[in-house]
Ligand binder design. Structure first.
Ligand code: GLU
Length: 308
């Protein structure tokens, strides 16, 4: 079990370590609104299963979750529909960029996994099968699991992505042509862009991800949102597919299941122990936060806190 002293030690060493690393990379400018972010922003937050929290830098400042939010919609859909969801979306790493069209054509409109864009669009389609108003349900769900009723979409970011979201539009149309989309394409895209625009701080994010450290049970209320087996499976998909076409490298260096987003955030968990969120907007060529990955590698290597 992590004790308070471990945490203090990690955070203070991190503060020194960060100064030694020169962040490299680029902010995600294919969503124009995201390119306005200050590239020097940086935050780390760690939450333990037994209620401790430590943070440093801009850990209390909101940022755009982007693909990290795909974990929350998957949790809702998996919890509601169970194993049948895997008939329309797979659980294999794609080995291709997250917005690639090529593989989807070969594989007849069935996305490789729920974290590439095509897979997340299928999950959003499921939300329309389940709920009359999925937008409100999604927001309420994220507010519930984060314990923060102020969590919201950033509509400027959503609109900015929608205005430039040609590839996501192509992906969903291609899947529709293969019969793997049931509901209205424009409504699904609207929900998807809003979902990606959800903002949270590192502090909220590490707190929220405790759900996956805690075997699918909400720590605040004891509510079971996923079974132990479902949580195992979701965490496994995060491990193998959560870091774009760099999931192998991430596992090799960091050794935790998690999910990253092009907003520069990464959330990761150690089952039964802790969760960690980092944010630094400069992305490496694969789309993962450059500094975020370095910090997580530092935490799990130096302090022997990986799952392996
Ligand atoms: N909204 C982004 C997109 O669809 C999410 C990408 C990401 O964070 O991986 O391109």
């Amino acid at each position: 079990m992590l004790i308070e002293k471990d945490f203090e030690n990690i955070i203070s060493k991190l503060e020194t370590e960060i100064k030694k690393i020169l962040p490299k990379g680029n902010v995600a400018d294919y969503i124009p609104e995201l390119s306005k972010i200050n590239p020097d922003k940086f935050g780390v937050s760690i939450s333990t299963i037994d209620g401790l929290h430590f943070g440093t830098g801009d850990f209390d400042e909101n940022f755009s979750l982007q693909s990290i939010a795909k974990v929350f919609s998957l949790t809702m859909v998996y919890g509601a529909l169970g194993e049948k969801i895997w008939n329309r979306v797979g659980v294999e790493p794609s080995g291709n960029p997250f917005n690639s069209l090529v593989q989807l054509e070969y594989e007849k409109g069935v996305p490789r996994n729920p974290f590439i864009n095509a897979g997340a669009l299928v999950i959003c389609d499921y939300l329309f099968d389940i709920f009359e108003n999925p937008e409100i349900e999604l927001l309420n769900f994220v507010r519930k699991i984060s314990g923060n009723s102020n969590i919201n979409f950033n509509l400027k970011v959503a609109e900015s992505e929608s205005a430039n979201g040609y590839r996501n539009k192509a992906l969903i149309n291609l899947m529709k042509s293969f019969g793997n989309i049931n509901n209205d394409i424009d409504k699904i895209l609207d929900l998807y862009f809003k979902m990606c625009s959800i903002e949270m701080s590192c502090k909220d994010l590490s707190h929220t991800f405790l759900l996956y450290s805690n075997h699918g049970e909400l720590i605040q209320t004891g509510e079971k949102l996923l079974t132990v087996s479902q949580t195992k499976r979701l965490n496994s998909v995060m491990q193998t597919c959560g870091f774009y076409d760099e999931s192998g490298e991430f596992t090799f260096k960091v050794g935790l299941p998690g999910k990253s987003g092009v907003g520069g955030g990464i959330a990761a968990i150690h089952p039964g122990k802790y969760s960690v969120a980092v944010w630094s907007p400069l992305l490496n060529e694969k789309g993962n936060s450059y500094l975020g990955m370095k910090i997580l590698e530092f935490i799990t290597t130096k302090f022997e806190k990986s799952i392996f």
